[in-house]
Ligand binder design. Structure first.
Ligand code: FE2
Ligand code: FE2
Length: 322
């Protein structure tokens, strides 16, 4: 991944520092920083990327630099405080899950739109955005493994084993997604579409990195994991249909078709074993699991609104059109 252009003072400081311009980090995050804004989310995204695959030309040692970590902590607090304030949460896990499991008859989400009226350029924009997660699909959840025990650990690893291709490199879901990108004439290089991605998309990926990297938020990470797996199967069915209808290639259809079946199984394991197992051992984590479930849905809804508003107006939903 290459260093992108800055979107404000915080991201400029991180980019300059990582790019070798000398330590230029602010001691604190300014009071008036938008917790959902482009600047904060790009800065945070770059801090996190050091824990995944690193950034071209950036010294790997920055991953554990105390000054950068201090700034990252400030950015995270700003984002997390805003989520705790703004996300309406369910009373308990059962009611949060119940709502996720009910499929609306007349859905109005992004996958519905793409299935009904998506053209190839909509699909290309959608896939370019989602590549920021899917090219590292399941990676942030793997950080939970050493923090779980018993049924929760066994269940999570069973699902992750599928996500990572069950021992076959060509079936790793991130690889299936790269093939899908090629089908749609997109560049499958890791991090290639960071520049066009808006803050609404970056926030969804930053949430999982934040939860993944903090043991204290393992309950919320499990909630996030559950939200992803439970909503994936019906959404993937619609996206497979959208790909087929728009004449995308076989790999594009295959990625989503694969997720229809796999995630129907994953949903069961996540509910019974991962959430059930975790809460049997650590019942006090239930509010965190609920927060993870609800915050994930809330950020996804914001992203969906942004995409649909742009597309309905006939506009690109990206910062820089493809
Ligand atoms: Fe997957
Ligand atoms: Fe899955």
């Amino acid at each position: 991944m290459k260093l992108p252009a800055a979107r404000g003072e915080l991201s400029a400081a991180v980019i300059e520092t990582l790019g070798g311009g000398g330590l230029a980090l602010p001691g604190e995050v300014p009071e008036d920083t938008d917790p959902y804004g482009e600047d904060l989310h790009l800065a945070l995204y770059l801090c996190y990327e050091l824990h995944y695959r690193g950034i071209d030309g950036v010294d790997d040692g920055w991953e554990w630099d105390p000054d950068l970590l201090r700034l990252r902590g400030g950015l995270e607090r700003r984002f997390l405080d805003a989520l705790r304030r703004d996300v309406p949460v369910h009373d308990d896990v059962a009611s949060a899950l119940e709502e996720l499991l009910v499929e609306p008859v007349h859905g109005t989400g992004v996958s519905h739109y793409l299935r009904e009226e998506g053209e190839k350029w909509h699909l290309r924009e959608y896939v370019a955005l989602r590549s920021l997660y899917h090219l590292k699909e399941a990676d942030p959840h793997a950080w939970a493994i050493p923090r779980l025990t018993g049924r929760a650990k066994a269940g999570l690893v069973a699902v992750e084993y599928d996500e990572f291709g069950s021992g076959r490199a060509e079936r790793v879901h991130a690889k299936l997604f790269a093939d899908l990108m090629t089908d749609l004439g997109l560049d499958p290089a890791y991090g290639r579409y960071l520049e066009p991605a808006t803050a609404e998309l970056l926030a969804t990926v930053n949430l999982m990195s934040l939860l993944g990297l903090r043991r204290s938020l393992r309950g919320a990470l499990v909630g996030h994991f559950a939200a992803v797996e439970i909503t994936s199967s019906p959404g993937s069915r619609r996206l497979a249909q959208a790909m087929e209808r728009a004449g995308a290639g076989p790999a594009a259809v295959h990625f989503y078709a694969e997720h229809v079946e796999a995630d129907a199984v994953h949903e069961q394991i996540v509910r019974r074993e991962v959430i059930g197992g975790l809460l049997a051992e650590e019942p006090e984590l239930e509010p965190d699991v609920v927060f993870g479930l609800d915050a994930t849905g809330w950020l996804e809804d914001r992203l969906g609104e942004r995409l649909l508003a742009a597309w309905r107006a006939g506009d690109s939903a990206l910062r820089v059109p493809l």
